[in-house]
Design a protein. Structure first.
Lengths: 132, 224, 222
């Protein structure tokens, strides 16, 4: 059973719908990813970052680089467990309050929401009734 | 989402007058999205209060913190110890959040810093329009997706009143008549039959505090 | 001159045609990027005139809400760095003499001492950036090899220029390297991470964000 799970975890994910999704947002997302100077000045504007003892894993830039950034870097050829990791980043570490500040002017919320759409299209989404 | 707006500084100052250690708690949910109660506003309010106190020659301890949402118990975790260090709490959440915070910390006075305005939509940054009064009996199906409860000054269910004037409401010539808009939209969709039937009025007097149980979860709560 | 023919060729190329080629690629690239960025925006019908909104409680400007307060050092360093990046090469005496010799036109020049001082400041800022990237965990975890390449491209022309001005090491080699690296950087601006130079200005006016300068009447959004 564990073996089977491992196999499932490494199955590549890609379908017609998600290719379409990636193409629609490609120009905007790749441009935003390209111009990010990795300066980390966005960190303090994120209350999740402040709330979690300034853990760098909660920085807006870390979150979009490791979600939508990974998706475009791998051109959508992701494994299941990549998506599971991403699920925590885009849903648990970000509440999409849209309040992050980027000195260069990158629209970070739109990047996180695109990553969420991609995950949802792959059947990866948060189960809110599991929390309790 | 729920839209809210900050109370005037005077009112907030009045409520915290008697306390010297104040803890201002922001909400990362709707209140943050509508630019009224997120981390940035918590900091802004705190510095405004500090400046105001300074001008009055007073000194109080005032700190801020923002949590994911104040309408869910889960997110209050970790606040228990911090809250004990303060005399009163200021909540920058909607009415639901303020009440839940007060319920969670019953020994602490909790004051709202926001006025909860509406359930609305985002027109632009910082520009929101009311769309829903949460009446609990949605009629949008036959009114062409335009809410008569919210948009009509009299919340009429069966066509406009006599005050409708060239498509505007009698209250103001700048407010469009909701029923005019409903009529135009239904006519364009060839659905005028939808509003020919007489609809019974809403039984507002029967409204009590509502409890929502999703059908698929009924089983879970039935046992206890 | 006793330099090898290869370096002479490089020197002549870098001093002549490559300058114009890189300038041309830079201008064409910037225009191309501006157009393609503009194409990513969409038309938007203004919802309401700003005059219809009369809100006395408008958010006041508060310095505590800006990066100047959260990162005072970084704000100063980055502002000085980017300002120097633009003004040093434009108003450098040696550059303007070369410009005057070739097209008979030149900009104002700083005195050599000022340029020298600004270059030193620039290098200090550049090294602050580098050390930040290496030693601060939050910057390190999102840094890639590419970030270091970009850092090198941005600082090397200034470092070599400084060395060339002071005639340190082999002047001829250094100045050739300086020209080639500078030209590479100019070419790279529209097509690499440096594109934030263009993006920074354009998207202040298109992104729907509380911090953008975009106004309610704006007719296009990103």
């Amino acid at each position: 059973m564990e073996n089977l799970n491992n196999v499932e975890q490494t199955i590549a994910v890609q379908s017609q719908d998600t290719c379409q999704l990636l193409n629609t947002f490609k120009d905007k997302m790749t441009l935003s990813l390209k111009v990010c100077a990795h300066c980390t000045l966005c960190a303090e504007s994120c209350f999740m970052f402040m709330k979690n003892n300034k853990d760098p894993h909660y920085m807006p830039s870390y979150k979009f680089i490791n979600s939508i950034g990974v998706i475009y870097k791998k051109k959508g050829n992701l494994k299941r467990n990549d998506l599971e990791k991403m699920k925590d980043i885009v849903w648990k570490h970000c509440v999409l309050c849209t309040r992050c500040y980027c000195p260069i002017g990158i629209d970070i919320p739109s990047m996180i929401s695109t990553a969420r759409s991609y995950c949802r299209a792959q059947g990866v989404y948060p189960e809110f009734d599991e929390i309790y | 989402m729920v839209k809210s707006k900050r109370k005037p500084l005077n009112e907030i100052m009045g409520s915290i007058q008697a306390y010297s250690r104040i803890f201002n708690i922001g909400c990362g949910g709707c209140a943050s999205v509508c630019l009224a109660g997120g981390q940035r506003e918590v900091n802004a309010l705190n510095s405004e209060i500090t400046a105001e106190l300074k001008s009055q020659g007073l000194h109080k301890q005032i700190d801020g913190y923002t949590i994911e949402r104040q309408c869910n118990n889960q997110f209050f975790q970790g606040l228990d110890e911090i809250v004990q260090k303060y005399d009163c709490l200021l909540s920058m959440a909607c009415g639901a959040g303020v009440q839940f915070l007060a319920e969670r910390f019953p020994t602490k006075p909790v004051f709202p810093a926001l006025n909860t305005i509406s359930i609305g939509i985002d027109r632009d940054i910082g520009l929101y329009e009311e769309r829903c009064r949460a009446c609990g009996e949605c009629v949008l199906g036959y009114t062409g997706g335009i809410c008569p409860v919210t948009r009509c000054a009299k919340s009429l269910f069966n066509g406009p009143c006599g005050g409708t004037n060239k498509g505007k409401c009698e209250i103001s010539s700048e407010i469009p008549c909701a029923w005019q808009e409903i009529y135009v939209r239904l006519k364009d969709q060839n659905r005028l039959n939808d509003i020919r039937k007489i609809r019974p009025v809403m039984l507002w007097q029967n409204q009590v505090q509502r409890m929502t149980v999703q059908e698929s979860y009924r089983q879970r709560y039935a046992q206890s | 001159m006793t330099e090898s023919p290869l370096i002479l060729l490089l020197y002549n190329l870098a001093r002549g045609p490559l300058v114009w080629i890189s300038g041309l690629i830079f201008i064409m690239g910037v225009i191309y990027q501006c157009v393609s960025m503009y194409k990513l925006t969409q038309k938007q019908i203004p919802f309401m005139k700003a005059s219809q909104l009369n809100d006395p409680d408008a958010l006041k400007f508060d310095i505590k809400q800006t990066v100047l307060y959260t990162h005072p050092v970084m704000t100063v360093v980055t502002s000085v760095f980017h300002m120097c990046l633009i003004i040093i090469p434009l108003f450098l005496l040696a550059h303007n003499i070369l410009l005057d010799q070739s097209i008979g036109f030149s900009l104002l020049s700083f005195s050599e001492n000022i340029s020298d001082f600004l270059t030193m400041i620039y290098c200090v800022c550049a090294f602050i950036f580098l050390f930040r990237r290496i030693f601060l965990k939050r910057v390190r975890i999102i840094s890639t090899f590419y970030d270091y390449v970009i850092w090198f491209l941005a600082s090397a022309p200034f470092i070599t220029g400084f060395l060339a001005y002071h005639q340190l090491f082999n002047y001829f080699w250094i100045v050739t390297l300086h020209m080639i690296l500078g030209e590479l950087m100019i070419i790279a601006i529209p097509f690499t991470k440096f594109a934030h130079m263009i993006y920074f200005i354009i998207f202040r006016f298109f992104v729907v964000n509380e911090y953008s300068l975009r106004r309610l009447q704006a007719t296009r959004t990103f």
